[in-house]
Design a protein around this ligand. Sequence first.
Ligand SMILES: CC(C)(COP(=O)(O)OP(=O)(O)OC[C@H]1O[C@@H](n2cnc3c(N)ncnc32)[C@H](O)[C@@H]1OP(=O)(O)O)[C@@H](O)C(=O)NCCC(=O)NCCS
Length: 333
Amino acid sequence: MSKIKPSKGAPYARILGVGGYRPTRVVPNEVILETIDSSDEWIRSRSGIETRHWASDEETVAAMSIEASGKAIADAGISAEQIGGVIVSTVSHFKQTPAVATEIADKLGTNKAAAFDISAGCAGFGYGLTLAKGMIVEGSAEYVLVIGVERLSDLTDLEDRATAFLFGDGAGAVVVGPSQEPEIGPTIWGSEGDKSETIKQTVPWTDYRDGEVAKFPAITQEGQAVFRWAVFEMAKVAQQALDAAGITADDLDVFIPHQANERIIDSMVKTLKLPEHVTVARDVRTTGNTSAASIPLAMERLLATGEAKSGDTALVIGFGAGLVYAATVVTLP
Ligand SMILES: CC(C)(COP(=O)(O)OP(=O)(O)OC[C@H]1O[C@@H](n2cnc3c(N)ncnc32)[C@H](O)[C@@H]1OP(=O)(O)O)[C@@H](O)C(=O)NCCC(=O)NCCS
């Protein structure tokens, strides 16, 4: 028999607060047209994107995260010292080590919270949320900060017609804490590494360092292949998350899919047969694709504008580079 005492956590977990940070600079499609042969009309009709935000030198991954987290902590009504874990999901923090989460945990004023970064592309928020829930229920932290943050403008090839218009910068954060009721459903998540070539960094950093390529690495993708996968496979994953939570589309108040392309969002709404009363996040129009930051940013905006309200039941689903995905049903903070 084991001599180890079992750890004691909360019965369940929930999202207690959300915060977002969008860089000051708003970039309209006209700026994108300076480097690619396209049109405002094409970009809007094929992706839904009208503007995106690009970060300045001062709006670093850490700085944007701290802004978003400060708002999430205030929204949750707790103090930073109560946070026992900081999880940062990003693919665009350019210092390999230490994890940027440690700097954020310190600057926010946590009491030596466990802090680490994860790389799960556009599913990063769902991956972080699932880890946070596990930590709280297992008892290794009472409150966990989950941050999705990207400076994708640093990884965008502005001469690449297939991607130049897609990406944006920003940070979104949530505080996850204990709950007496299940307010975060089971996560349906996974990876399909056989499709890892469909969204990827053009070349490893070392190729650039060694002068094998002249251009700084960027994100490249096979747009149509990713589009088809997202439309056909992700609607199934979203339905599985509803089933796992024991609810139907009729029980939903809000749908917050990864903000990659408005046509993907429309197609998922149709396949899932979401009723009219379900509010659908369309933050992609003015934020572009901010990868790990997209779901918490969209969540924050829906609550700020009053389109969604505290206590609403929301289906969230992230998907992207890997290919990876994560979907779950949550109660909004
Ligand atoms: C990128 C994306 C918007 C492109 O839209 P699309 O409809 O698939 O576009 P295609 O690549 O099939 O190109 C269609 C046509 O538009 C043209 N085109 C491509 N890029 C263009 C641009 N920026 N401006 C104008 N025309 C363009 C193509 O040359 C092609 O022309 P043709 O029909 O004469 O050959 C779309 O594929 C997409 O959103 N994919 C998924 C992206 C995504 O979600 N990624 C992240 C997941 S995390």
